[in-house]
Design a binder for this molecule. Sequence first.
Ligand code: NDP
Length: 273
Amino acid sequence: MAINATTEIYGIMGNPVAHSLSPAMHNAAFTALGLNKAYLPFPVLDIAQAMAGLRALGIKGISVTIPHKEAVLPYLDSIDPIAKKIGAVNTLIINNGTIHGANTDWIGANRALSEKISLKGSSILLLGAGGSARAIGFGLLEAGASLTIASRSPEKGRALAELCGCPWLPFTEAASISADILINATSMGMGTQQYLLPVVKEALSNFKVVMDIVYAPLTTRLLQEAEQAGCQTINGLAMLLYQGVAQFELMTDQQAPVEVMRQSLLNTLDYKP
Ligand code: NDP
C-alpha cells in the first residue's frame, strides 16, 4: 500500500523494538485487506513524551512491548478490567485523544489452548512468574480453569499465586504433579537456554496438552519431548499470532486476516514444515 496524505499510522513502542515481528505481521494484514494504514516500530525511552506524542500526532493504535507494558498505565484514560488485574497492557487504542489500554496476551494464550482443549474446568500447571505468566494466569482464571503456578523465584511465584488465589510450587517440584495442561511461560528453551527442559521428560506423560510460549526456536526441546511422550503440543507461534489478531481487531475494528498474519510470522521464524 503506498503511503499518502490520508494514511493512518499504527505502531509498536518498546525498547528495543528492532527485533519485533509485529510490523511485518500487521502491515501484511493491512495490505491483504487493502487498508490505507501503516504500522511502524517506535523505539521509546521517555514514556511521558511518547504518550503525549501519540495524542498529538493522531496515531490510531499502538502495541506496547517490554519494558513499557506497566509504565504506560498512569497515562491511560481507561483500561480493560482484566488488563487492570494483570497490571500491564500491550495494546493502546487512541480515539480523539483518549487512550484506552487492553491486554491481548491472555487472549492469545486462551485461543491457542482452546484449539486443543476446553479450558473451563481444566487443570493447568503454569511454569514461570514473569510478565507473560502473569497475563496467562489471569486469563486462564477468566476462562474457568484451575491453576497451579511453579516458579524458580519463590517471592515472585508466591506473590502471583496469591493474586490468582491458587497453589504455588517450587520449580523443582513441578514434575510431581499431573494436570490436563502444562504451560511453559519461562525463557527456558530459548537462546542460551535452548537445550534446557523445564520438566524432566519422564513426567511429561502427566499432561494431555503441553504449550510452550517460547517461539524461537518454534519447536523447543520441551515440545519435542512432549510429542514423544504422546502429549498434544502447541508452539509459541499460536499465542503470538492470536495476541496480534486480537490487537488488530481492537485497533482497527475490522476482522483480522488470520492466515495472512500466520504466514507473515512463519516467514520470519525458523519454520521447518
Ligand atoms: P520475564 O523475564 O518476565 O519472565 C521470565 C520467567 O522465566 C521468570 O519467571 C524467570 O524466573 C523464568 N526463568 C528464566 N530462566 C529460568 C530457568 N533457567 N529456570 C526457571 N525459571 C526460569 O519474561 P516474559 O514472561 O516476558 O517471557 C518469557 C518467555 O516467553 C520468553 O521466552 C519470551 O520470548 C516468551 N514470550 C512469548 C510470547 C508469545 O506470544 N508466544 C509473548 C511473550 C513472551 P525468575 O523469576 O526466577 O527469574
